[in-house]
Design a protein around this ligand. Sequence first.
Ligand code: GLV
Ligand code: GLV
Length: 337
Amino acid sequence: QRPKVVVTRQLIDEAQKLLEADTDLDIVQWTSDQPCDRTWLLEHAKGASGILLMLSDTCDEELISTSGDQLKVIASFSVGTDHVDREALRKRKIRLGYTPTCLTDAVADLTVMLILMAQRRAGEAMGKVIQGQWPQMPWSPLLMTGPQIGGSTVGFLGFGRIGQATLKRLLPFGISRVLYLTSKPGQPVKEDHFGIIKDASIPIEPAKDWEQLASESDVVIVGCALTPDTKHLVGTEFFSNMKKFAVLVNIARGPVVDTDALITALDKEQIFGAGLDVIENEPNIQADHPILRQPRCVLVPHIGSATIATRVQMATETVQNLLAGLKGEAMVNEVEL
Ligand code: GLV
Ligand code: GLV
């Protein structure tokens, strides 16, 4: 009997071909353009040896036990793995593949975009033009002014590949100092992925704690994994420590930032603005959501890695991880469970 694999999306052509080239597999695939239906997934996971899934699919005890003892591998089309119950996989020695390297540049690009959009009020400014307000707001010395990136102290909450690739892009803008916080506050980072920390001509220092990072940064970038420790790490207290002209950017996971606290901080002008690629309860953000009434908040719908080249590479690596997991071979990237 051929091993069954369940795939929760139609894949980009290159990756789909790679998957189908393995004729030893019984491929069961969700082909709609909408996220995979949970009932469908549970029903088809029965007897599966491998599951290729998206970050919108929860991989929990229920899915794993429903699949059965033959399940060998989960291949996630993502860098984040908070939708996966790692402990449940570890217990059963099921391997987990993910795509932490190929999307680094795309997400770092988007991070820079969000910083600049928040500092320079791009969403607010374009909104006014679209509403036909430009005639009432002719050029003036203080029109739409905001903080400047050059000279900024940049604080990274989480300082892995994406944070460091963002730093690489920010150095030429003339930022003046970097603070970072990892799961070991006050400790230097384990890996200098791009040699950027060693070579930089500005101070790059571990923050003692989040209070220091919040109070001394002009730009705060949330780039850490979502865990019980980081949920709502950026909340009321964090915002009250931030500088009045600071901006907050979140490219990680929505729940690291407490949305109500962010809205209050923007209302009270405790911070200057925000740029979000992710938000709590996404994608269920209706047009009447209070965050959308914040002119200083730029919000885009979780598109950090959405360049064509990156998505092709992610899809390809995810299929490679799936196949490697089935055959007991080395994956492109595997989570240490
Ligand atoms: C995107 O958020 C990802 O985890 O790949
Ligand atoms: C801006 O347009 C300027 O001329 O300063």
